[in-house]
Write a protein that binds this ligand. Structure first.
Ligand code: 5AD
Ligand code: FES
Length: 309
């Protein structure tokens, strides 16, 4: 994928979630979380800012809100971003029916992120009760069939994850022929049912990077982000190491600072302090400091570009 690193700010626009995933800090049952929804105007001011900081894509992520109202609100927000900026729009809001994905695509959605989390159906069933692995994979097939650039991925080191499952996770990414692949270490969150379990590689954390490097070799033309969970395991340098070991995308936190501490999917997430709104600037410096350049242009999937030729 060359030396370019694409910078894509992520806005965690709501932490309201209907689901109760056993690993996730913003699960419905976690009463300690103060729930928020960021207004469209506030998201728009973040979006306008991004264009001025070498960013060509906005990533909109939230908990799952499976209601027609939430679907329409997001559709309107996507339309507004496309009308008022030149940003590509990536959405990451969970399982929805195919016609909802098609509606968002008609509103201008370019890409979608939906991790399958674990390729083993039994392990998956120990992670969440709202859906099966097969349903999750069907969402990915729907997105691909619509022609939305599709990203997926998994957590590394879930309790019960064997080396075979990890290898199968990587192979499933290949099989799905993904445009984007996000992976990162599983980090137990104390206020979740998996909070007392340990990462399978707690004593061998180089495995996180080994997995990433193998993922890159097996998926040479996919966009692979250096995810924040690497920084949670290797403070201040995990994402940088990830960029040097296979990743080519950096996703700075673009959520307005006041909300960040309420979007803790896992503990030790970087950049959650008040006043860390400047993330996109420090990212550009960090990327250059390791001899890489900032990606220009929309950074569409190479696969999509060749398919259009
Ligand atoms: N540790 C690591 N990653 C997590 N995610 C959610 N909870 C955790 C956790 N405890 C990841 C999931 C999800 C993505 C948005 O964040 O893979 O798909
Ligand atoms: Fe919200 Fe998993 S807890 S989707």
């Amino acid at each position: 994928m060359g030396d370019e690193v694409f910078v894509r700010g992520i806005v965690e626009f709501s932490n309201v979630c209907a689901n109760d995933c056993f690993y996730c800090g913003i699960r419905r049952s976690n009463r300690k979380v103060k729930r928020y929804v960021i207004s469209p105007d506030e998201v728009m001011s973040v979006a306008r800012n991004m264009a001025g900081c070498s960013q060509t894509t906005i990533v909109l992520q939230s908990g799952e809100m499976p209601t027609p109202r939430a679907d329409a609100d997001l559709g309107n927000l996507i339309r507004r971003i496309k009308r008022e900026t030149s940003l590509a729009v990536t959405v990451s809001v969970g399982n929805r029916p195919r016609d909802v994905y098609a509606y968002w695509q008609a509103c201008g959605m370019d890409r979608y992120l939906l991790r399958f989390e674990a390729s083993d159906p039994e392990l998956f069933a120990r992670l969440r009760a709202d859906c099966t692995l097969e349903q999750r994979l069907q969402c990915l097939r729907d997105l691909k069939a619509l022609g939305v650039q599709t990203g997926s991925g998994f957590m590394i080191g879930l309790p019960g994850e064997t080396l075979e499952v990890l290898a199968d996770n990587i192979l499933l990414c290949r099989l799905l022929d993904l445009d984007m692949i996000g992976i990162g270490p599983f980090i137990p969150h104390p206020d979740t049912p998996l909070g007392t379990s340990q990462n399978a590689y707690v004593r061998d954390s180089e495995m996180f990077f080994t997995a990433l490097a193998v993922l890159r070799l097996v998926n040479p033309d996919a966009h692979i982000p250096a995810t924040t969970a690497f920084d949670a395991v290797f403070p201040k340098r995990g994402r940088e190491l990830a960029l040097q070991r296979g990743a080519n995308i950096f996703m700075p936190n673009a959520t307005p600072a006041a909300y960040r501490k309420e979007y803790l999917l896992y503990p030790n997430k970087p950049c959650i302090d008040e006043g860390s709104d400047q993330c996109s600037h420090c990212v550009v410096l960090q990327v250059r400091s390791i001899g890489r350049t900032i990606g220009r242009g929309p950074g569409d999937s190479i696969k999509k570009q060749s398919a259009m030729l």
